[in-house]
Design a binder for this molecule. Structure first.
Ligand code: ADP
Length: 191
């Protein structure tokens, strides 16, 4: 299974990504998590990424694409993977197409989580208290939402046109949302 999980900041991608990936025995690859790990380890990649992340801007495609390519090349991603937070731009879509084509596989589905705008702000502010992420301040959240609308939301139509899109209601209990996703992916998994 080669899956993408999309949705605006605060839609619950990270939470759901782990459950869904576990179910299919594939790694959940979160670009945000990889960047944050690199920031805390003080690697070159972390140093490059941090100034963008702290302002809610996207890390340049060249940096992000290379990082994902390396991660997908790891042996654990050979049977498949679930991408959380990538692709976020049209250039990343093209890059990912190339990476997957190169391995002779195809993308199976793109799950997009839909959540009310009001619910999202509440979730993000709550997360900032729990996790202390430096990019969960009101201003930076607003910038991330803006960028999502401008750069990432258009990808939904790209994948819809390819017949890969599965839209899932992301409102409600975590378990319920997981169940919705797994039910929708069942026929994809069978085929
Ligand atoms: P969220 O989805 O809640 O906004 P993430 O944890 O997925 O947060 O990402 C945090 C930050 O990492 C983003 O705001 C951005 O700076 C950077 N980032 C993550 N994925 C990408 C990507 N595919 N392209 C560019 N930047 C990215």
């Amino acid at each position: 299974m080669r899956l993408i999980l999309m949705g605006p900041p605060g839609a619950g991608k990270g939470t759901q990504a782990k459950f869904v990936a576990d179910r299919f025995g594939i790694p959940a690859i979160s670009t945000g998590d990889i960047f944050r790990a690199n920031v805390s380890e003080g690697t070159d990649l972390g140093i490059q990424a941090q100034r963008y992340m702290d302002q809610g801007e996207y890390v340049p495609d060249s940096v992000t694409n290379l990082m994902v390519r390396r991660r997908i090349d790891q042996p654990d991603a050979e049977p498949g993977f679930l991408l959380d937070g990538y692709p976020r731009t049209l250039a990343q879509v093209e890059e990912l197409d190339g990476m997957i084509a190169f391995t002779g596989h195809r993308l199976d589905a793109v799950v997009v989580l839909t959540v009310d705008a009001e619910e999202i702000v509440g979730r993000l502010l709550q997360r900032s208290e729990v996790e202390g992420r430096t990019d969960d301040t009101a201003d930076v959240i607003r910038r991330r939402q803006e960028l999502y609308a401008e750069e990432t939301a258009p990808l939904v139509e790209v994948y819809r046109d390819r017949g890969l899109l599965i839209e899932i209601d992301g409102m409600g209990e975590v378990d319920l949302v997981t169940e919705r996703i797994l039910t929708a992916l069942d026929p994809v998994h069978q085929s």
